[in-house]
Structures are given as C-alpha cells and as structure tokens.
Write a protein that binds this ligand. Structure first.
Ligand code: DQA
Length: 144
C-alpha cells in the first residue's frame, strides 16, 4: 500500500513561518513524523512539496497507477485551485485533505476549499496530528 503525501506552497517554511499559527517544528520534522506514522500503519509513503500549482497537478496525475491514495495539504491553493481539484477528480484516487491550522476559524477567504470537493475527509486544526489521522484513515480504508 503506497500513498503520496503532497504539501503545497510555504509548507516548507514551517518553523519559521507564523509559528503562532503553524507551530515551531520545521518541515523536516513533519516529514519525519509522516514516515513514522506510515511505518506504524504499514503504509509506504512518498512525500512531495512544491510552491508551484502546475507541479502539484503533475504530481497528482503521475500518481495514477503508482499510488493507492493521496494525502494533500494544498496550502494556499486550497482556496484558489480548480486545477488541483480537477486533477484529484481525474485520477480518482482516494484523497484526504489536511490543514495544520483550522481554516474554518481563520479569515473568510480560507473558508472555501476547492480540494475538499474531491477529498473523502478533511482534518484541519490538529497540527501534525492531522496528517496521522489522514494516513490512518487511508490505511484503514485501503485495507478493507
Ligand atoms: C494551510 C492553511 C492555508 O490557508 C494556508 O494558505 C497554508 C497552510 C494549513 O496547513 O493550515 O499555507 O493549508
């Protein structure tokens, strides 16, 4: 069972970036955490991060036939990208959306998620733990 974990723009700036919102742990710590959870869950994970919308669309397309599911934090593209939504719909892989912060309790422009329309679940406002929930959800689903 193999999943692709996608992180969008500025997620690589964790630790430095608005720590009062995103916490003090850096991106390397997030990647390590994801691998730990995957190992525990019996899932193989590949992680990609990009600041470019097209690169994320390319990664989703390339996931078809290579991965069994997708965990995605599209970051700011959550609220703008129909291209990412369409790519998720095109490949039809089970997908779960994650946000470190609680987008529903932040600025109004963060309340809309296009990606959510192609995702089975959203975990938001749980910090790193949201990735664990998403991975465990996909592992459980794919096993049955
Ligand atoms: C985010 C929330 C988005 O609104 C924001 O643009 C991000 C990160 C989160 O993980 O909380 O870059 O997706």
């Amino acid at each position: 069972m193999k999943i692709l974990v996608i992180n969008g723009p500025n997620v690589n700036m964790l630790g430095l970036r608005e720590p009062e919102i995103y916490g003090r742990k850096d991106f390397a710590a997030l990647l390590e955490y994801i691998q730990e959870i995957c190992a525990e869950s019996g899932v193989e994970a590949e992680c990609m991060q990009s600041n470019h919308e097209g690169a994320i669309v390319d990664a989703i397309q390339a996931a078809y036939g290579r991965f069994d599911g997708i965990v995605i934090n599209p970051a700011a593209y959550t609220h703008t990208s129909i291209a990412i939504l369409d790519a998720l719909k095109a490949v039809g892989l089970p997908a779960v959306e994650v946000h470190l912060s609680n987008i529903r309790e932040r600025e109004a422009f963060r309340h809309i998620s296009y990606a959510a329309q192609a995702c089975e679940k959203t975990f938001a406002g749980m910090g790193f733990h949201g990735y664990a929930e998403a991975i465990r959800y996909l592992a459980g689903k794919l096993r049955h």
